[in-house]
Write a protein that binds this ligand. Structure first.
Ligand SMILES: [Zn+2]
Length: 115
């Protein structure tokens, strides 16, 4: 079972206690009544949905109930770190990313030379 660290409870808890809440660090425009429909669409609907390092909001729904942010690798589904909402986006090093990457697939040599 995947364990997630809640930065408020300071505990590793089962993923069933948590709920993902989308991409983190989305800033609401200051002048939201003045922006165009296209700008509003971009703010409200468009997300990066990257493959690899992602920053997400999570909620400890069946725990303290608080929202927090997490850096996670979307391929391996492993968390790199979690941090309190409002904290700055942490710098994630290549070493941290490499530590959560899935094992590299080796090329099969089974059919080598066969036709
Ligand atoms: Zn918590």
């Amino acid at each position: 079972m995947l364990l997630i660290h809640c930065p408020y409870c300071q505990e590793e808890r089962p993923e069933l206690e948590f709920h993902g809440a989308g991409e983190a660090h989305i800033e609401r425009p200051q002048n939201i009544t003045e922006i165009t429909d296209a700008e509003f669409e971009k703010f409200f609907f468009i997300r990066e949905n990257r493959k690899g390092l992602v920053f997400e909001r999570w909620r400890h729904l069946h725990g303290c109930g608080r929202f927090f942010n997490a850096a996670r690798h979307s391929v391996s589904d492993k968390f790199i770190c979690t941090y309190k909402a409002g904290d700055k986006k942490p710098k994630i090093t290549d070493k941290q990313i490499a530590a959560v990457l899935p094992p590299a697939k080796t090329k099969s040599t089974k059919n080598k030379g066969a036709k």
